[in-house]
Design a protein around this ligand. Structure first.
Ligand SMILES: NC(=O)C1=CN([C@@H]2O[C@H](COP(=O)(O)OP(=O)(O)OC[C@H]3O[C@@H](n4cnc5c(N)ncnc54)[C@H](O)[C@@H]3O)[C@@H](O)[C@H]2O)C=CC1
Ligand SMILES: CC(C)CC(=O)C(=O)O
Ligand SMILES: [Mg+2]
Length: 362
């Protein structure tokens, strides 16, 4: 078994700099407990990198990621950088190229309800109890990566264009990944598209229909994205694995996070290349940045996914997940999950509690 793992640490912007240290804390507790050596190297990305060196994705940061065993990312972007030219904006100039350069075509976003959080959601108990959905979102194609243009119109206004395109190859590899994941779970795949309108979705649906023949043991359902958005709230337990294109997956997972009580509970793993990238599903939350209010659990759970998917350290991954479970069962809550009768903690205290539970684990 490999003993030394190189982890690129990119806190980024806003709450990124608050939540990432808490995930590093959990990883250090794991290293101590299991005798692994995790070598952490921090680098600048996003607005912080733009401010320091004039580009949101410096060459050294990309090279560090390419030469690491995995990447832990916080979040990037914020109002301070919103008006930069498009290629310098943190989201378009750093996050998307990082995902593309690392070949991370599949973004896994597990959406499950942790014990004790059933009342943190505004939905009825019987609707969300036992929710366990894996969303597989295509991550390096679609609208976010299509050509973007602006031109002036004759009436003095402007016209803006974003191109949405998918090839069979791009669809096939992510859908195949989702089928393999469904095979290891409850054997249900829901492919989400807008095939009643979009040509790219028609190709998506045709490709899924073809692939379904190779997976007769998995039940395949097609659903339009607007219906899916509604079904996630009406009856989320109908879903096992959802596979969908980039933007639909982005939007549906923010929605699905509320089944778990907070967007601060939704981790993610981006895989497909040699180096995986692990980040919470949420953004840099400028509205609460710098106040120690951010929930670090999505980032800590993303670190667990790193152990599972990049390092194949399943027991270690479960140790983190169990520690999170334990802390929640004991009633500790950051403000996003706070309810009467629970114990309010800040970002650092929550990270400390998780690390403590990791160290105490049998
Ligand atoms: N992967 C990334 O780096 C992403 C970056 N962004 C960027 O982040 C910035 C803010 O975007 P928003 O649309 O406001 O989305 P956001 O996800 O940052 O925040 C949405 C809401 O959720 C809350 N929230 C988010 N994470 C939380 C946490 N861990 N604990 C407690 N509450 C949390 C925020 O306080 C806010 O009220 C933008 O610049 C956006 O482009 C957005 C999404 C992903
Ligand atoms: C900021 C976007 C490019 C990405 C996003 O919202 C996400 O990956 O969840
Ligand atoms: Mg998003």
């Amino acid at each position: 078994m490999q003993e030394m793992y190189r982890i690129a640490v990119l806190p980024g912007d806003g709450i990124g700099v608050e939540i990432v240290p808490e995930a590093v804390k959990a990883l250090k507790a794991i290293a101590e407990k299991f005798g692994h050596e995790f070598v952490f190297t921090e680098a600048l990305v996003g607005g912080a990198a733009y401010d320091a060196v004039g580009h949101p994705l410096p060459d050294e940061t990309l090279e560090l990621c390419q030469n690491s065993d995995a990447v832990l990312l916080g979040a990037i972007g914020g109002p301070k950088w919103d008006d930069l030219p498009v290629h310098l904006r943190p989201e378009v100039g750093a996050l998307l190229p990082l995902r593309k350069e690392l070949g991370l075509f599949a973004n896994l976003r597990p959406c499950m309800l942790f014990p004790g959080l059933i009342h943190a959601s505004t939905l009825k108990e019987e609707v969300i109890e036992g929710v366990d959905i894996l969303v597989v979102r295509e991550l390096t194609g679609g609208l976010y990566f299509g050509e973007k243009t602006r031109e002036k119109t004759a009436d003095g206004g402007q016209k803006a264009t974003d191109v949405l395109s998918y090839s069979t190859y791009e669809i096939e590899r992510v859908v195949r990944f989702a089928y393999e994941a469904a095979r290891k779970r409850r054997k249900k795949l829901c492919s989400v598209d807008k095939a009643n309108v979009l040509e790219s979705s028609r190709l998506w649906r045709e490709t899924v229909t073809e692939l379904a023949k190779e997976y007769p043991d998995v039940e395949t359902v097609h659903m339009y994205v607007d219906n899916c958005a509604m079904q996630l709230i009406r009856n989320p337990k109908q879903f096992d694995v959802i596979v969908t294109e980039n933007m639909f997956g982005d939007i549906l997972t923010d929605e699905a996070s509320m089944l778990t009580g907070s967007i601060g509970m939704l981790p993610s793993a981006s895989i497909g290349g040699e180096v995986g990238l692990y980040e919470p599903a949420h953004g840099s939350a400028p509205d609460i940045a710098g106040q120690k209010k951010a929930n670090p659990l999505a980032t800590i759970l993303s670190a667990a996914m790193m152990l599972r998917y990049s390092f194949h350290l399943e027991e270690e991954a479960r140790t983190i997940e169990n520690a999170v479970r334990q802390v929640l069962i004991e009633g500790y809550r950051t403000p996003d999950l706070m309810e009467p009768g629970k114990i309010l903690v800040n970002t650092v205290e929550m990270g400390d509690k998780v690390a403590e539970k990791i160290r105490e684990a049998k």
